[in-house]
Ligand binder design. Structure first.
Ligand code: BGC
Length: 506
């Protein structure tokens, strides 16, 4: 199941290609799409823990929190549907937009989608910063979501297509790196703006415009991928582009393979109908289950609600925001581990080690919270135990950051053959967004209802997903993207779905 497949087919597959400055540049700019996403993930939690923001938009929550000292359970102090909608509405809009993005990406190329994403996001950020009432605030969040739907649909595909096969993993993980940097920047911004006397939350929200401008301007100058140019009938341009990207004129093998893949995909009438065919069952399963599992790790409980969660654990306002900065830092550094190991050790080992550690941490955190708050949620954390809990949460974040975080985006983006790539990526993004929405929308309610059991609930899911990786996910390390379909043919379970006359490129 491991890598090292001899690649056959059209051009022979042993492509020449260096990491040109060109590849690095284009990938860096494209990865700013991840910054957008990350900034939004990280910003809402801090903002919703700021008193001025709560008083203006969610006075009920504000009063509930302040009155808690007079009795009531710790588990429920932030439980409010509208407050959760502020966080989650963005992901619902992203879900819907990713379908529109798939049509744009296929018909007009990856860079147009990035451009549209950046522009819409910009409007959303401005509306958010200027919001005078809850309606405008949510409208702004919805526009941000549309921007993210576009960016998350097009950027990972763009990166996978630009990268030389040997480095596809590492370059793709740059997207996730940018996501984590975006989260960290948001945490830092929140820490800073929370000390402002007035309008700190506005500054936090409007600063989302910065990555949007970078991506929008970047997209204007980015070249389109050779795959996309071929797909749109511009073969000559595609070949020149491929030579430029790879830094060599000897690109015939790879180019030939791209042409074959594109011709095959043209024979397909409907990518949506196509992906439902039995032969694409493994890819469809990956497109649905990987993002579903990624969200069911429970990571966004930390990313969205860390300041709120830490306040629930008894930390003061400043300490809660500072702790969010610490988890943000851990997230960034552990993502580096992935960048340096994903193409050497492969995807599976990272998934398996990460998953196992996460399970241990979730059981530990659930048990500690149970021992302090019990079922009633009436206890208080001692400083020492609070710090231990934060340390365990950091290990959990690190384990996620080298496994499900980056690989949750990388693996789906590299398993779809050309003819189902746009559709597959849309399914991936929308399932991810859907469950991000669900977690954002119900976490505070779940915490209120399930109490410490919530951590065991997520831990249980990580057990299931780790077993899924062990038995059902073949290694994709180092396999050229146009040949990746062959991994299923030799897989103990998936091979039964592969037609006997399967061409290596289909
Ligand atoms: C996930 C996000 C998550 C982030 C944390 C991403 O891969 O899709 O939902 O918040 O990782 O770093």
């Amino acid at each position: 199941m491991a890598g090292g497949f001899a690649v056959s087919g059209g051009g022979g597959g042993d492509y020449e290609g260096k990491v040109t400055a060109f590849v690095i540049m284009t990938c860096l700019v494209a990865a700013t799409g991840g910054l957008l996403f990350g900034y939004d993930i990280g910003i809402s939690g801090g903002v919703t823990s700021m008193d001025e923001f709560l008083l203006k938009f969610f006075p009920n929550v504000y009063h509930k929190e302040k009155n808690l000292k007079e009795g009531g359970t710790q588990y429920c102090k932030f439980n409010d549907h509208m407050l959760q909608l502020f966080t989650s509405s963005l992901y619902l809009a992203a879900l819907v937009a990713s379908f529109a993005a798939s049509i744009t990406t296929k018909a007009f190329g990856r860079k147009i989608s990035m451009l549209i994403g950046g522009l819409i996001f910009l409007i959303g950020a401005v509306l958010n910063g200027a919001a005078m009432n809850l309606g405008v605030l949510i409208l702004g969040r919805l526009l941000l979501g549309v921007g993210i739907g576009y960016a998350n649909q097009s950027v990972p595909v763009y990166l996978s297509e630009m990268a030389p096969p040997k480095l596809r993993g590492a370059l793709n993980v740059c997207f996730q790196m940018a996501v984590t940097l975006g989260i960290l920047i948001a945490n830092l911004v929140n820490y800073g703006t929370s000390t402002m006397k007035k309008n700190g939350w506005r500054v936090s929200l409007v600063l989302a415009a910065v990555p949007a401008v970078i991506m929008t301007v970047g997209a204007v100058f980015l070249p389109d991928t050779p795959n996309s140019l071929i797909d749109r009938g511009q073969k000559e341009k595609a070949k020149t582009m491929l030579q430029k990207i790879r830094g060599t004129s000897n690109v015939d093998n790879e180019f030939e393979d791209l042409i074959i893949a594109s011709d095959m995909s043209k024979q397909v009438e409907s990518p949506w109908g196509n992906i439902m065919k039995p032969r694409y069952r493994p890819q469809l399963t990956v497109a649905v289950l990987i993002p579903f599992f990624q969200q069911l790790t429970g990571i966004n409980v930390i990313m969205f609600y860390a300041p709120v969660l830490f306040k629930t654990l008894g930390f003061g306002d400043g300490a809660a925001l500072m702790t969010a900065v610490i988890t943000g830092l851990v997230n960034v550094f552990a993502t580096l581990i992935s960048i340096f190991t994903v193409d050497r050790f492969g995807r599976r080992p990272l998934f398996l080690v990460g998953g196992t550690l996460m399970i241990i941490c979730q059981i530990a955190v659930g048990s500690i919270i149970a021992s302090v708050f019990g079922v009633d949620g009436l206890g208080t954390f001692s400083k020492g135990l609070g710090n231990i809990t934060v340390a365990i949460i950091c290990v959990y974040v690190a384990a996620f950051a080298w496994s499900w975080g980056p690989l949750g985006w990388l693996v789906p983006s590299e398993v779809f053959p050309m003819e189902i790539r746009s559709a597959g990526q849309s399914i991936n993004v929308s399932v991810n967004m859907f469950f991000t929405f669900i977690i954002g929308q119900i976490f505070l309610t779940m915490l209120c209802e399930m109490k410490f059991g919530l951590f065991f609930f997520f831990g249980g899911f990580v057990v299931i997903m780790t077993l899924f990786i062990l038995f059902f996910l073949p290694e994709t390390k180092g396999i050229p993207i146009e040949d990746v379909s062959r991994i299923w043919k030799s897989h103990w379970f998936w091979k039964k779905y592969m037609p006997a006359d399967e061409n290596t490129h289909v």
